[in-house]
Design a protein around this ligand. Structure first.
Ligand SMILES: Cc1cc2nc3c(=O)[nH]c(=O)nc-3n(C[C@H](O)[C@H](O)[C@H](O)COP(=O)(O)OP(=O)(O)OC[C@H]3O[C@@H](n4cnc5c(N)ncnc54)[C@H](O)[C@@H]3O)c2cc1C
Length: 442
């Protein structure tokens, strides 16, 4: 007969109600048919207020959203739902010269899905918080791991016990630091904090009407463009503009040594002097740009150990050049929820789930982290192959064609591979782990 302790639901504490934490909550709620989990989410902010900008998801994420029954929630916020057709995802363009050059139309099966961040986060919150499981204004300050549970301590001094701690507390995760420092010698060799990629991103959200007034017929209204990253959002009402500016010498500087982040309209304009008129028109409209330092983690060797798991940016914060950080948080959520809701999982064998999660998610997400770093270099022509090329230089068609092929194939994984096969692999690994555990007990 099962003891009372074994019968009670597994207490899952998720720290952070960003896209990663909320997606994980949604996935757990959907998959936990036997109600064996009790999920609570603790968010530091007193209010969920994501800064309004765009976010891009790919077909692989869409597959997961459908599997966890979020299709309807998302379709409402989309310009168009994905289909199996090839669609234009970006026009690749060389814009750093007076007359811009169209390089290629990048097409992929299903295209991309683009959302207004705040709309996305609030829709997710509405979806998961029907039972009051999301607790705002609860900043985790530390945790203590015991043999059979984890104790969480919040900024107000309150304490909570859980069976599983999942840290989805973003790039500056406080859990990650403690988690990595607590790993046994040899299990972790890198730094615990993010580093600067040397890139700033200036961001602005423009109304389509304003663009039409400034530059009638501007291509960004109809189609997404890369050199600056520009794409339409919110059923065509807005255009998201992200302008990257990099000093390659500064790559690797600790994130907390990045120079100040306030930006003026004039500073933004001066960074892109001499670029084509379509770029100037967009930048003219961004009167109060926001400026972000683009940091990333060096790949971690482990995302989980025993009862503590890292997910989303806490585990693998990456540069935005593959448009994949949130998508990877969604993949963590899918794999973790699939494993934790497996019928054989109980209080005692959670460490086996941690090992499977490491085996499946670390290589996959770390590879995207590195690919994203490379993609940024391709897009800014900051690559050994373009060593002698300066901003504004004319580059031969042949070299640009090759560049477009490289950029395009670096994105193959987003539509040519499936999240479902990773999920199946994780479940198979968990079954074999249980079989091994059973043999060692006999
Ligand atoms: C310019 C830019 C463009 C991007 N574009 C894309 C894109 O197009 N597509 C894409 O997939 N990704 C994109 N990304 C990456 C994406 O934004 C992140 O990967 C994603 O938001 C990570 O989600 P998360 O939930 O892990 O972390 P976050 O969204 O950072 O959420 C973490 C949450 O944890 C909370 N928190 C922090 N500390 C604590 C604590 N101690 N206790 C309790 N709560 C805490 C925070 O308040 C926050 O709500 C972009 C990033 C940038 C910077």
């Amino acid at each position: 007969m099962a003891s009372r302790n074994q019968q009670r639901p597994l207490r899952v504490a998720i720290v952070g109600a960003g896209i990663g934490g909320l997606m994980l909550t949604a996935a757990l709620q959907h998959m936990d048919k036997d109600k064996k989990l009790q999920v609570q989410v603790y968010e530091a902010a007193p209010l969920l207020a994501e800064i309004g900008a765009g976010i891009n998801l790919w077909l692989r994420s869409w597959e997961i959203l459908r599997a966890i029954d979020l299709e309807e929630t998302f379709v409402k916020m989309m310009d168009e739902a994905p289909t199996d057709e090839d669609r234009l995802v970006f026009q690749l363009r060389k814009s750093d010269q007076a007359e811009g050059v169209h390089l290629s139309d990048l097409k992929m099966k299903g295209g991309t899905m683009r959302f207004h961040r705040a709309e996305l986060q609030l829709a997710l919150m509405d979806r998961v918080n029907t039972n009051g499981c999301v607790h705002l204004d609860r900043r985790l300050v530390r945790y203590t791991e015991y043999e059979n549970h984890v104790e969480l301590e919040f900024h107000d001094g309150s304490l909570i016990n859980c069976d599983i701690l999942i840290a989805a507390d973003g790039i500056k995760s406080s859990v990650r630091k403690q988690f990595l420092n607590s790993l046994a010698k040899g299990m972790f060799t890198g730094g615990t904090d993010p580093v600067w990629s040397g890139t700033y991103a200036y961001r602005g959200l423009l109304s389509h009407d304003a663009i039409e007034k400034e530059f009638p017929g501007h291509r960004a209204k109809a189609s997404p463009v890369i050199h600056l990253v520009v794409y339409p959002l919110s059923n065509g009402r807005f255009t998201n503009v992200v302008a990257f500016c990099t000093d390659p010498e500064l790559e690797g500087v600790p994130w907390n040594e990045v120079p100040p982040l306030s930006a003026t309209h004039d500073e933004l304009r001066s960074q892109y002097r001499g670029w084509e008129p379509e770029v100037q028109a967009l930048l003219n409209l961004i009167q109060a740009p926001t400026k972000w330092a683009i940091n990333n983690l060096n790949p971690l060797e482990r995302y989980a150990s025993h009862r503590v798991f890292l997910a989303g940016d806490a585990a693998h914060a990456m540069t935005p050049h593959q448009g994949a950080g949130a998508g990877q948080a969604i993949e963590d959520a899918y794999i973790l929820a699939s494993l934790l809701t497996e019928s054989g999982v109980n209080r005692k064998n959670i460490p086996s789930v941690a090992e499977v999660y490491n085996s499946v998610r670390c290589p996959a997400a770390n590879a995207i982290l590195l690919a994203s770093r490379d993609q940024g270099k391709w897009c800014e022509l900051d690559h050994p192959r373009f060593k002698t090329v300066n901003e504004g230089d004319v580059v031969s068609k042949e070299r640009l064609d090759r560049l477009c092929c490289d950029i395009s194939s670096a994105w193959d994984w987003v539509w040519k591979t499936s999240a479902e096969s990773d999920r199946q692999k994780a479940l198979d690994m968990l079954s074999s782990q249980y079989a091994k555990d059973a043999c060692s007990i006999m």
